[in-house]
Write a protein that binds this ligand. Structure first.
Ligand code: CTP
Length: 403
């Protein structure tokens, strides 16, 4: 059988309990055709042994620069890689990388690699928040490494807080995004920016068990969040009623109704550099919410449902935006797509409007999207049908052009 010819990935594993999750990341990488060299630290091997890494990667595993010296592995492994991902990256490993130490194979590889480097930190909250770690992370980011924010949740023992390694699937998506950008991925063009994205569809309750909703899956908003993380942005994702896996590195705020979404968006966006309203927000909500389940009555017609208007979140965000903030809306149209889009752009007062045609089988819930990005200054960018991530990248390109 031919050896896989896919991209070459170095998986660096630090000495933290989350090393076991890196096994799953390794599986995802090898199963999708990547050639992976695992470079664990000596401490990592105390958590997961060499045999596991060798069996899952199908490649030799070395920790020190003294193994197979004639192949000069401390130079070659980094030089040949298309991507180096370090998961988990411990506080110690981040410190070593930030200060350019090279006392084992992984730290040496980090110095010789010229490809994109992703660090997925995992540690206790106190260690993550310590000024030493903050400075090391800032240094690595300044040098072009993608250091993704740890997730919030259960840590080792009984502690909970920020410091968890994101799920392997979400880390795999980061690797895929970074690799798909090729050498451009070394330029983290959204680094230092805070972007806020809404996703999903709001639900307006009629009673404790029923609601008015819509068919938005949240996929486009999540794709926007993933692409922004891969380009180095700090991302807040305000998610309305989605059941998609959380993107690695994004802070996720969960909401239900249009009013909850509005409050979360106004709060998150106060000092943001860009705000993207990809959520489908219900224009109306039931005037009253029954305290108990509405019952049918034999021989009687149902009561009509009185509706009231919801706030237009995009209009409010555009009106309240601080100087320099770019506000982006989405428009789902079923007819006269461009004319309706231009009129909507003017009405909403945003900088950019991403217009796409939706219907039973287009837009909502599908894997791909086709759109036109309209700018308030009259510009127009046509984005052909493609993955939602591709549209996400074009949106961020347009946002950058506006900054
Ligand atoms: N939007 C919003 N608040 C609302 C309704 C919509 O913020 N109450 C935002 C959406 O998130 C999207 C944009 O406005 O970014 C356009 O949404 P769309 O449903 O196409 O526009 P509507 O204003 O609802 O216009 P209409 O239904 O009349 O076409």
């Amino acid at each position: 059988m031919d050896a896989p010819r896919g991209p070459s990935v170095v998986l660096g594993v630090g000495g933290g309990i989350a090393a076991y999750k890196a096994c799953e990341l390794l599986r995802r990488l090898t199963e999708s055709g990547h050639r992976v060299r695992v470079v664990p630290t000596a401490a990592a091997l105390r958590f997961v042994g060499e045999a596991t890494w060798a069996a899952l990667s199908g490649a030799p595993v070395a920790t020190e620069v003294w193994d197979a010296v004639h192949e000069v592995p401390h130079v070659r492994i980094g030089q040949r890689a298309d991507l180096v991902v370090v998961a988990p990256a411990t506080a110690d490993l981040l410190a070593k990388a930030a200060t350019g130490q090279a006392d084992d194979l992984l730290t040496s590889t980090l110095l010789t690699a010229r490809c994109p480097v992703v660090f997925a930190p995992a540690m206790h909250t106190e260690m993550w928040e310590h000024p030493a770690t903050r400075e090391n992370v800032a240094t690595l980011r300044r040098r072009g490494a993608l250091v993704i924010e740890p997730a919030v949740g259960r840590l080792t023992g009984v502690d909970t807080g920020r410091g968890r390694l994101p799920d392997p699937d979400a880390l795999f998506e980061v690797c895929r995004r970074v690799l798909s950008r090729g050498t451009a991925a070394r330029d983290l063009d959204l680094a230092g920016r805070h972007v806020v994205v809404s996703a999903g569809g709001t639900r307006e309750p009629l009673d404790p068990v029923r609601f008015l909703g819509n068919r938005s899956s949240g996929r486009q908003g999540y794709a926007l969040a993933r692409t922004a993380v891969a380009r180095g942005a700090r991302v807040t994702l305000v998610a309305a009623n989605t059941d998609l896996p959380e993107p690695a590195g994004a802070e996720v705020v969960r909401v239900g109704t249009a009013e909850e979404l509005r409050d979360a968006m106004l709060k998150a966006s106060a000092a943001a550099d860009a705000v993207v309203m990809a959520a489908a927000v219900a224009d109306f909500r039931p005037a009253a919410r029954a305290a108990h389940k509405i019952k049918k009555r034999e021989g009687q017609d149902p009561e009509p449902v009185a509706l009231v208007r919801n706030p237009d979140v995009l209009v409010e965000l555009a009106a309240a935006r601080p100087a320099g903030q770019v506000v982006v809306g989405f428009a789902a149209e079923t007819e006269n797509v461009l004319d309706n889009g231009r009129a909507k752009l003017a009405r909403k007062g945003c900088d950019l409007l991403v217009v796409n045609q939706v219907g039973e089988d287009r837009g909502f819930g599908t894997e791909g999207n086709e759109a036109v990005i309209l700018a308030a200054d009259g510009g127009r960018i046509d984005v052909p049908f493609g993955p939602k991530e591709a549209l996400g990248d074009r949106v961020w390109d347009a946002v950058r052009a506006h900054w």
